[in-house]
Design a binder for this molecule. Structure first.
Ligand code: ZN
Length: 396
């Protein structure tokens, strides 16, 4: 699946209507969640909550929700269903009522594109109508049947539409016959097994001063005033900019790694757990601002696009062992140089760790058949039912 993003050019009236659609979507999601909480004893499956979106059930008390396209209503309730199912599978926390939903999703009905593919018309009872698409990507190459769903999303700088197209993205960039291991760190974005450090751009740190000032501006303004609203928009825009810079950097770095290598060995870290468990606030913040999780996701994505390999290695003791002789050289986080008393090998701490990752990775059965020539395993069919906010950001 690939996702194309366009900005929507819309009038003031249309913006109000889009907001209304988003609010209705949020209302339906929360309504479904409420229903589930009130009927906990009942059997629950994927279709339990869809009955809430039918005309008969909404007609009595929530007539306004009928203005929203029926597929959009279903998708809104599906968000609640997915949150509940995630909770059952212990993949997520107990679902909460949302007050900041920013998007609504339509499947293959409720919208149409004009012949030139540059205008989108939403055809529900809200009367949003025709809007111009602003973007560089060309939708001409795809048929309407290939566009499985669209999501309209409100961001700090306007309204966007995301087209999810059901095709597999493949690029042939050739093979280099090289393998590399990377050790993620806080001092550098990563250090590879050749000893090259990738500097961490620290966008967040650079923008932190501005963000702090803007945040202060917001809290100084009177609650509910239009000045506060304006200050809030400024703050949100800055956040959006930093987020885009980070995303851009991560995508380019991951792509670059795969252009010059066939196999990437990476530590198998659970970034979310690391953030949750770490005692120090500053380290937690650093990990989340460096976007290790996103970097890993994009490495995985590019390995599939280029038909190359990403091999995850158990990170146990990789920073402590000597990559030359295998002796355990215990060191704290503040010791930046690895120096082995047994064989005399000396290297930057992260370089030594990367070499260990390479060694372990190359010894793994997955790496035995590599050199990039064999086809990767068939990936599970992409779930087009719903795009999460993290995926929304992972647009090409
Ligand atoms: Zn040694």
């Amino acid at each position: 699946m690939i996702v194309y993003q366009y900005k929507l050019k819309c009038s003031k009236v249309q913006k109000t209507l889009l907001d209304e659609a988003i609010r209705t979507c949020q209302f339906l999601r929360n309504l479904a969640l409420r229903y589930w909480i009130d009927h906990k004893g009942e059997k629950f499956n994927k279709y339990t909550l869809t009955k809430l979106t039918t005309e008969e059930s909404l007609k009595a008390n929530h007539k306004f929700a009928l203005k929203l396209n029926s597929k959009a209503r279903e998708q809104a309730v599906l968000r609640a269903t997915n949150a509940i199912l995630r909770f059952f599978k212990k993949q997520g926390k107990f679902p909460k009522f949302k007050k900041d939903v920013r998007s609504f999703t339509l499947t293959q009905s409720g919208w149409k594109l004009n012949n030139e593919f540059n205008h989108l018309t939403l055809t529900d009872k809200l009367g949003i109508g025709k809007m111009k698409l602003v973007g560089k990507r060309n939708l001409h190459f795809y048929t309407k049947e290939q566009i499985k769903q669209i999501t309209v999303i409100k961001r700090a700088d306007g309204y966007y539409v995301l087209f999810c197209i059901d095709i597999e993205r493949k690029e042939d960039v050739g093979y280099t016959g090289k393998e590399i291991a990377v050790d993620l760190g806080l001092e550098y974005m990563y250090t590879d097994s050749e000893g090259v450090h990738k500097e961490n751009p620290r966008f967040f740190k650079k923008s932190e001063v501005t963000l702090k000032r803007l945040q202060k501006d917001v809290s100084r303004k009177k609650k509910g005033s239009s000045n506060r609203r304006k200050a809030k928009i400024k703050l949100q825009r800055k956040h959006l900019k930093v987020q885009r810079q980070r995303e851009d950097f991560v995508v380019k770095t991951a792509r670059q790694l795969y252009l010059s290598n066939d196999t990437v060995f990476l530590e198998d870290l659970s970034v979310t757990k690391m953030i949750q468990k770490n005692k120090f606030k500053s380290i937690r913040k650093s990990i989340s601002t460096i976007c290790w999780g996103k970097f890993k996701d994009w490495l995985k994505r590019y390995s599939e696009i280029f038909n190359k390999k990403l091999i995850l290695v158990n990170p146990r003791n990789t920073s402590q062992l000597c990559s030359c002789c295998g002796l355990m050289v215990a060191k704290n986080l503040n010791v930046r140089v690895h120096s082995c008393s047994s064989c005399g090998f000396e290297a930057h701490r992260d370089h030594n760790a990367a070499l260990n990752i390479l060694k372990i990775g190359q010894g793994m059965p997955e790496s035995a058949t590599l050199k990039g020539c064999e086809k990767p395993k068939e990936s599970p069919t992409s779930d087009l039912k719903l795009i999460s906010s993290s995926q929304v950001c992972s647009v090409i």
